[in-house]
Design a binder for this molecule. Structure first.
Ligand SMILES: *Cc1c(COP(=O)(O)O)cnc(C)c1O
Length: 506
């Protein structure tokens, strides 16, 4: 079956998968969605005998139908190679009554590598297929991890350039160092005086700035996106949920057809949306548990059916309190405008582009929207939870104490939310928790959670301590930044982002 893509805000414009990958975001500001959500054509019995690359092919071919078998297999071969420090690519570890799916074994030690090690290949293949004449300029907003993973993926890839915008005061030390030390002739890294939402809004504005786009087209450039708004980011993320299921099956943890829960630490709603697409394709999933940190806008949404970036819900279900953007120890989830939720909204509205457009206008104009009761009923696959900073620290410390297993703060948000869910519902379904970053990326937050005596040390000082207690080898990504020189030091105001892009391309 050939699957075409269209905007969540307009059902009429049809693109092939490779065209949607190239374009990133639709001209009307909507996100590309498949005309129909595909269904697996292989049994889990067959899939469980395959390795990661084999499963990746079987899943991705269902979505990216205009790529030939040879093209897609070529992309997969080049992506999931020894850039990953384990042959399994995404190992599962049982600890504390859950199965942690470790998605951080790629070169930048966060789960963004799972998709960003293949996106450049999907994109350059798409450029060839579609006879693209212009050079592709990747504009990326990052809450900390996407930036480095995208830089690593696109550095020195012929026919591409990449500009990354990050909140200057909103990422961890290690995250910032990883980005500002990035080598490559085609890369730039820019700090902005604002938070992630400001960076993301600024990037989206440039995508929809017709004058800027025309000017750059004349100079031989087109924009694309490496954020999870790009369908080429989302599709590779569907793979690891299927892979995790097949490993549980193979290990005899679950029986054929048995349902699992999936719990995902969530920011921009990309990772958990991929799990939803896996479920729609036939993965036996009971609940999709959406875990937020103190920026709990998604928790409030799943509870109430109202998405309100300006106000927080109180115990009576009223949005009575002002909501502020909170900087937490899980910075990659410090987000109040979760872009990919738009795709879910579109699907639960019955693929209604007009409804979607109206709600997104409400969000833009009033900072909030409410969904109908019908739409709410279709959210029954999901449930939301959140973890405060203390909750997160207690999960890190508790799991270390009980199981000797050290997790990063993002993963700990999910771990805490899962424990609370299990206690409240008594649901004993086996549960996979997406483990989204290596604890080495957030050494200070992790070590302080385990022992307050580390409060005055900094991230780099604590690498050795973390190594001692976890017994896990220091990843190459950390070794790499210890002595690397800083190559990028631009900082700008949000409104000057287009100016910086012009400078970069000149
Ligand atoms: C990006 C990120 C998240 C959030 O993922 P979304 O797809 O934006 O919901 C969670 N944890 C880590 C470590 C991340 O880098």
């Amino acid at each position: 079956m050939n699957i075409m893509y269209h905007s969540t805000r307009n059902n009429d414009v049809k693109l092939t998968a490779s065209q949607a990958v190239l374009k990133g975001l639709a001209d009307d500001g909507g996100l590309f969605v498949p005309d129909t959500l595909p269904v697996f054509d292989k049994s889990f019995d067959e899939l469980k005998e395959m390795d990661y690359k084999g499963v990746a092919y079987e899943v991705m071919k269902l979505f990216l139908t205009d790529y030939t078998q040879e093209e897609l297999k070529g992309c997969i071969e080049r992506a999931y190679d020894d850039k990953f420090d384990t042959k399994e690519i995404a190992p599962l570890k049982e600890a504390g009554g859950a199965y942690y799916l470790e998605l951080f074994h790629g070169s930048t030690i966060a789960f963004k590598d799972m998709a960003l090690s293949i996106l450049p290949h999907l994109m350059t293949t798409a450029a060839k297929k579609n006879d693209l004449k212009e050079e592709i300029v990747i504009l990326t907003a990052t809450s900390g991890d996407t930036g480095k993973a995208a830089l690593a993926g696109f550095a020195d890839v012929p026919g591409t350039r990449i500009a990354v915008f990050y909140p200057k005061h909103g990422v961890s030390k290690v995250q910032e160092r990883q980005m500002v030390t990035q080598k490559g002739k085609n890369v730039t890294v820019i700090g902005i005086e604002g938070n992630f939402d400001d960076a993301q809004t600024g990037v989206k504005k440039m995508f929809n700035d017709e004058a800027l786009k025309a000017e750059l087209k004349d100079a031989g450039f087109v924009f694309s996106s490496a954020n999870s708004i790009n369908i080429g980011r989302l599709v590779p993320q569907v793979v690891y949920y299927v892979y995790a299921y097949t490993r549980l099956l193979k290990d005899g943890v679950i029986k054929a057809g048995e349902k699992i829960n999936v719990c995902v630490p969530t920011g921009n709603f990309g990772n958990i949306l991929a799990a939803y697409y896996a479920k729609c394709a036939g993965l036996p999933v009971n609940k999709l548990i959406c875990a937020s940190n103190s920026n709990r806008v998604l928790y409030d949404f799943f509870k109430s059916g109202s998405y309100d970036k300006l106000h927080e819900m109180d115990d009576n279900g009223a949005f009575s309190k002002d909501r502020s953007f909170i900087l937490t120890g899980s910075p990659s989830m410090d987000i109040l405008i979760s872009s990919n939720l738009e795709r879910l909204i579109y699907h639960i509205a019955g693929d209604d582009d007009k409804k979607d457009r109206q709600l997104m206008e409400d969000l833009k104009d009033k900072g909030a929207y409410d969904i109908s009761d019908d739409m709410k009923a279709r959210l029954s696959d999901f449930c939301g939870g959140f973890a405060s900073e203390e909750d997160t620290a207690s999960k890190i410390a508790g799991l270390y104490k009980d199981a000797g297993y050290v997790i990063d703060p993002h993963t700990a948000v999910a771990g805490f939310v899962y424990d609370a869910y299990r206690k409240e519902t008594a649901d004993e379904t086996k549960t996979v928790i997406a483990s989204t970053a290596s604890p080495y990326k957030f050494a200070k937050t992790v070590m302080c959670a385990i022992d307050k005596k580390h409060a005055s040390a900094d991230d780099m000082d604590l690498i050795g301590e973390l190594n001692k207690i976890s017994g896990v080898k220091v990843p190459q990504a950390i070794e790499d930044i210890i002595s690397a020189p800083v190559l990028h030091d631009i900082v700008c105001e949000t409104e000057d982002m287009p100016k910086e892009v012009r400078k970069f391309l000149r």
